[in-house]
Design a protein around this ligand. Structure first.
Ligand code: UDP
Ligand code: MG
Length: 309
């Protein structure tokens, strides 16, 4: 019998925990050669999730939980689950049933074919807004183009299977700003992906708003690319060259026409423009400096308050 560990981050998901366990049980009752354990990571929920997890784990031996001391975020929660999982393969997925457990047999099949990592490509049903589809697609294309990782396949989803081997190497990461989608892609191994239709969230509401999504996108870019840092150098060269040309034109023109060109407005706009540009670049430097600052402190990604494994 092979054991599959299912890692599920939980943030205010009291209405979903029982249901996802039931659906998982049904899925695995049809798979003969596999057992499963579920590792729920309670990421500082403020509802009754913890109570429900404790009850569920008393009822079923294969339900484990980790309770964080506060909300650390989705990515640290997934990392924690992976750190504690000891199955032959580990699958991470959301608690809200947007990731259908019924896809798991397909993931396992690919794994048995010899793939170490099986990613999933989320296809959106018609109901999901065009805006969300497009922004996510454009973001992962952009990120793939400016960084060393390719996120075009399976980029937009944290629903994936990893072989125990991959999990082992994964545990060695001590990165502060976690962006697991990028890390899995960066690690290599034999990867493949399968498609699935994203479902609507079951109970409760999404913990992600636009602000959090932007922050996550920023984390992704700065964790996998130093190209923004080069911006200063590129722009510097460009504008220096431009100013030399501009100065030449100005000198020739004032000789030819014999008058000096007045232009208070254009002067002010130029000053404002370059002031803004310099602040932006300073800001980019600041972001990377902040990351270094956070990293050198070597604080753990998460703190566990209680657990049953
Ligand atoms: N989640 C978490 N910590 C957080 C936010 C979310 O553990 O701070 C979990 C949440 O319980 C769910 C998964 O991460 O299992 C995805 O979150 P959500 O469904 O809110 O995001 P969306 O699907 O809307 O992007
Ligand atoms: Mg969701």
């Amino acid at each position: 019998m092979k054991k599959i560990s299912i890692v599920i981050p939980v943030h205010n998901e009291e209405g979903n925990v029982y249901l996802i366990y039931q659906r998982m049980k049904t899925v695995f009752s049809k798979l003969e050669n596999y057992t499963f354990e579920m590792i729920f990571v309670n990421d500082g929920s403020r509802d009754n999730s913890q109570l429900i997890l404790e009850q569920l784990s008393q009822e079923f031996d294969n339900v484990k939980y980790l309770e964080f001391s506060r909300n650390f975020g989705h990515q640290p929660a997934v990392k924690a689950g992976i750190d504690f999982a000891d199955g032959n393969a580990v699958i991470s997925m959301d608690a809200d049933l947007q990731h259908p457990p019924e896809l798991i047999p397909e993931l396992i099949e690919k794994w048995e074919e010899g793939y170490d990592v099986v990613l999933t490509n989320r296809k959106y049903p018609k109901e999901i807004s065009y805006f969300k589809k497009k922004t996510s697609e454009v973001f992962y294309k952009f990120l793939s183009s400016i960084s060393d990782v390719d996120l075009k396949k399976g980029g937009g989803s944290d629903f994936r299977l990893m072989d125990a081997n991959v999990v082992q190497s994964f545990r060695n990461f001590t990165e502060d700003d976690l962006f697991l989608r990028g890390l899995t892609s960066w690690m290599g191994f034999k990867q493949t992906s399968v498609n699935f239709l994203a479902c609507a969230r079951n109970a409760g509401e999404s913990s992600y708003n636009i602000k959090k999504m932007m922050k996550f996108a920023f984390t992704g870019i700065t964790a996998f690319s130093v190209k923004p840092l080069y911006l200063a150098a590129y722009l510097g060269f460009m504008f220096s060259a431009l100013s030399v040309v501009g100065y030449g034109i100005y000198v020739i023109e004032s000789f030819v026409s014999g008058t000096e060109i007045s232009g208070w407005a254009s002067l002010i706009m130029t000053i404002v423009f370059f002031g803004g540009l310099q602040l932006i670049i300073l800001g980019i430097f600041g972001i990377y400096l902040g990351k270094i600052f956070k990293q050198v402190k070597e604080r753990p990604n998460y703190i566990i308050r209680s657990k049953n494994l």
